[in-house]
Design a protein around this ligand. Sequence first.
Ligand SMILES: Cc1cc2nc3c(=O)[nH]c(=O)nc-3n(C[C@H](O)[C@H](O)[C@H](O)COP(=O)(O)OP(=O)(O)OC[C@H]3O[C@@H](n4cnc5c(N)ncnc54)[C@H](O)[C@@H]3O)c2cc1C
Length: 551
Amino acid sequence: MDADIIVVGAGLAGLVAAAEAADAGRRVLLLDQEGEQNLGGQAFWSFGGLFLVDSPEQRRLGIHDSRELAGRDWDTTAGFDRPEDHWPRLWAQAYLDFAAGEKRAWLTAQGLRFFPMVGWAERGGQGAGGPGNSVPRFHITWGTGPGVVEPFVRRVRAHMAAGRIRLHGRHRVRGLTFTRGAVSGVHGEVLEASRLARGQASSRIPTGEFSFAAGAVVVTSGGIGGNHKLVRQNWPTERLGPAPDVMVSGVPRHVDGELQQTVHAAGARLINPDRMWHYTEGIRNWNPVWPAHGIRILPGPSSLWLSPGGRRLPPPHYPGFDTLGTLTHITRSGYPYTWLVLNRRVIKKEFTLSGSEQNPDLTGRDLRKVAGRMGKRVSPPVQAFLDKGADFVVRKTLDDLVRGMNELAGNEALDVEVVRREVRDRDLQAGLPFGKDMQMATIRGARAYLSERLIRVARPAPILDPAAGPLIAVRLNVLTRKTLGGLETDLHSRVLGEGGKPIPGLYAAGEVAGFGGGGMHGYRSLEGTFLGGCLFSGRIAGREAARATGG
Ligand SMILES: Cc1cc2nc3c(=O)[nH]c(=O)nc-3n(C[C@H](O)[C@H](O)[C@H](O)COP(=O)(O)OP(=O)(O)OC[C@H]3O[C@@H](n4cnc5c(N)ncnc54)[C@H](O)[C@@H]3O)c2cc1C
């Protein structure tokens, strides 16, 4: 045997699984198709938002949260409605217990720290029984994605130095090996060495082959978001309408889903493949790292969201409210893109770009720069998009703005009078202390929360206020990101096969397993639950594989 356990994929889930298995004294072989420069996979690029329930950070900000409230929010958000939701439901319960219990202490004991402001993602907008977070729960890791990855890289490297973990980069697994019905190893091809920087699309040219044997294999190879062919194949047209012709990619190309398909073809059950978590606020990166690289805007609630023809999207499709609901509205309407219309004052306060490299202040743990978020200047990453982003139009007057939008879109879809009517109707409501516009009401409500008022939500004001200009329009594309369905696993992270029985020797964790169970999110996420799902399921898979190979 080459190792006790083989872990395939050195993203967050794989790092956690490998570290936990090695802690238990097992010899681990950690394989990844990318080079060592890519350690941490997607999590390195992430914003580092983590879902926690009833944390000290929430309590300090006056947020009343509880396991019960979070459980109800999860249920209404997930919308579990299929027989195959058996394991996903159990995983959701177990994950909620973790997020309301041990998660924070386990992470802080490893050195992870949180930014004191808690964000409010996925606010819902369909009432108490609808999807969304009743309260803010999006805890930002001090150091963003790299800060999440750091403790696990540290643990893996310590085990490497002690000889318990061996890491082989550029090893692309192409299949599982079976002995008497049990998984006994993996085989694949060694790819030519690559010196490309992290995240860039590396060569797939093989220079040789490999096969390794072990007592157990843990698959942590990520989702399918970087493989648009697979995304389109799995797209639920009857539920969402057709996928847009153009989509940008919110993940690197290594998120190719190929190993998930291979493991499925070898007998593993793959459930809920039609459930995916793509965003509606994608912009083309002016400085791309991977193919079709898109950045997701995490928008505050004040911008006006318009269809390609300039009509305001109907309630509750406001920025940051209900990702799947708004996606469904957009794709069912056949919109190839949508527009946000705002001004400089709103962009300054409300635009955060998702991704570690787009938040150098938080990623670099630089308090002075973070304090700048409360100042008057637009943050440098957002300013760079204003200056160079292909989806941005900046003009002084509404007539010029609409002309620029039509030029950018390459059509005459927008009539300036239609847009003027929508902007004016909104602006008339902005000056009222209370009024009939739901978006304005939620903006006022959000500002009752200190964190939102300080760094996230602009004071209600007219978009056409000349003192707040220039005017800005942003063309939004659908951005592919997360895979919610996946390999079906039981609560021990064992992959299930024919008849729902565990395939001996095979485990899965992280995005490839739908973050646990084959889809613990159901149809929707409360956000910050993906990194958390990798931590939780990676920990279980590593410990369970170690127990099973304990001799
Ligand atoms: C920009 C961005 C922002 C995000 N922000 C957040 C956030 O704030 N909060 C949150 O909860 N989530 C966030 N996410 C999502 C989260 O980062 C991912 O869901 C999570 O990191 C997935 O981890 P993973 O280990 O399952 O998979 P991955 O990170 O995709 O790692 C899988 C690894 O497996 C390797 N691999 C694949 N196939 C093979 C093969 N055949 N052979 C060998 N190796 C293989 C890949 O090279 C890769 O290294 C964000 C993601 C991105 C991209």
